[in-house]
Design a protein around this ligand. Structure first.
Ligand SMILES: [Zn+2]
Length: 321
């Protein structure tokens, strides 16, 4: 009682001073928040719990997107009120934790501090959720780009020691090809280097071929085009389903409205466009619930046909879950 009275008195006598003392600068608070609090959101698919976890973000120039001049891309973001200062787009990295009641499965593994110190939040988020690395039974990789696979390696060994790691055979072949690695522009080399680290450090790497069931509730879906072995993962239970589509969509300013826009990391842009045309039309037809790595967090949503065009409709989720 005494302390409350004293605090009230202090506030009353010097509100401005007390507020200043109690509130660290916004930047310091943001740093503290990202260090302490994981960014997670979950939703149920039947009885399966799917938790979206943000591994962090990188600010990238609009010029990373292909198929239109950077000014046109920037204008598309501005029209969505999503343009950031200095011509940059804040690209987020989402990883999913799937609990089917029998085992824990991760889909992708994040950037692990690559590219910028604003990535690599997955381990702290898993710890905050009470999930030990050894408790992960499998990791399913959408494709061998550095922002999706770097988190597979920790201190030179497998970050998830008891997990089988699945990735499409075509991506392993592409990103371990010495001739392609040598010819790759500087921007693309990180994915060849990350793949080399994964192949050397993760003994339980399994090479996937085509579409097949991987667990009781998860199956691999062919979304090749963004990379040669780009793979989606369908989670189905109790009459509901969620399709994790990796890098099929980047932002509602671009996708699904246009299928001709991509990103510089795509080795075969026409193949990427074919994949987007096929997936977007099919997902709209089926009203499929999707989740994509780089869509604004947590990235759950549907493709809807409206007035002849395709649009993104964000779906529900539960904070913290
Ligand atoms: Zn990506």
């Amino acid at each position: 009682m005494t302390s409350i009275t004293r605090r009230s008195l202090t506030f009353g006598l010097g509100a401005a001073a007390a507020l200043t003392a109690a509130s660290p600068p916004i930047a310091a608070r943001a740093a503290a928040r990202s260090a302490v609090l994981p960014t997670v959101a979950s939703r149920k698919v039947g009885n399966v719990e799917v938790t979206a976890i943000s591994d962090g973000f990188i600010d990238v120039p609009f010029g990373v997107f292909t198929g239109a001049p950077a000014q046109e891309i920037e204008a598309a973001f501005a029209a969505r009120f999503a343009r950031r200062p200095a011509g940059m787009h804040r690209l987020g990295f989402t990883v999913w934790l799937v609990d089917d009641g029998e085992r824990l499965v991760l889909i992708d593994s994040g950037y692990a501090g690559g590219g910028a110190p604003t990535t690599g939040r997955l381990p702290a988020a898993l710890a905050a959720l009470g999930v030990r690395p050894g408790a992960i039974g499998a990791v399913l990789i959408t494709h061998m780009h550095a922002d999706h696979i770097s988190g597979l390696v920790a201190e030179g060994g497998p970050a998830f020691p008891d997990a089988d790691v699945f990735v499409h055979r075509a991506d392993v072949a592409h990103y371990t090809d010495p001739a392609r690695a040598a010819a790759a522009p500087a921007l693309m080399k990180t994915s060849f280097e990350a793949t080399a680290r994964v192949v050397a450090s993760v003994p339980r790497l399994q090479r996937l071929d085509g579409e097949r069931a991987l667990t009781r509730v998860i199956s691999a879906v062919d979304l090749s085009g963004h990379t040669p072995g780009h793979t989606g993962y369908r989670i189905a239970d109790g009459g509901e389903s969620l399709l994790i589509v990796g890098d099929a969509l980047f932002h509602p300013a671009l996708h699904p409205t246009r299928t001709d826009l991509g990103i510089v990391f795509e080795p075969d842009p026409p193949a990427a466009e074919r994949m987007r045309k096929r997936l977007f039309a099919q997902a709209a037809e089926e009203r499929a619930l999707l989740a994509a790595t780089h869509m604004p967090f947590p990235g759950f949503g549907r493709i809807v046909r409206d007035g002849g065009g395709l649009h993104w409709a964000p779906a529900d989720w539960e904070l913290g879950g």
